[in-house]
Write a new protein. Structure first.
Length: 136
């Protein structure tokens, strides 16, 4: 009887740990950390020029989709939204793809891209939104 009780308590503790662990890795904060780590790999980005806000995260098993808003610190009306695909591997979230979703006051470029140059006196063209690609 005592052995069964100890086994039941052990099983409950393991299940509780598993649920708490799963909740922790399926958190918005864990996805935010993965996206920030991914962005820091791009030496061209100047983080002092914009704020980054993870607007929404949707989880589906070991994958997630996040919608992130980048807003200029100099002009609040200059924003761009980027969609990120992530996969949970090796105990952490990894960015697997990114694609521009929308832009306001600027072209729909990802903050990963270099700015497009437009000759003076011409209208910039709005590029078509590409399909998500691996971002590595």
């Amino acid at each position: 009887m005592r052995k069964a009780l100890v086994s039941a308590v052990g099983l409950l503790l393991a299940a509780s740990f598993g649920c708490n662990f799963f909740r922790a890795v399926r958190s918005k904060r864990a996805v935010e950390d993965a996206i920030q780590a991914h962005l820091k790999q791009n030496a061209r980005l100047n983080f002092s020029n914009f704020t980054t806000t993870v607007e929404e995260v949707k989880f589906d098993g070991h994958t997630a989709q996040a919608r992130v808003k980048f807003q200029s610190k100099e002009s609040a009306d200059l924003t761009v939204e980027v969609g990120y695909g992530l996969r949970f591997e090796g105990g952490q979230w990894q960015v697997t793809s990114s694609a521009p979703l929308s832009g306001q006051g600027m072209s729909a470029q990802s903050p990963h891209d270099t700015p497009a140059t437009t000759p003076p006196g011409t209208q910039p063209s709005t590029p078509a939104v590409p399909a998500p690609e691996p971002s590595h």
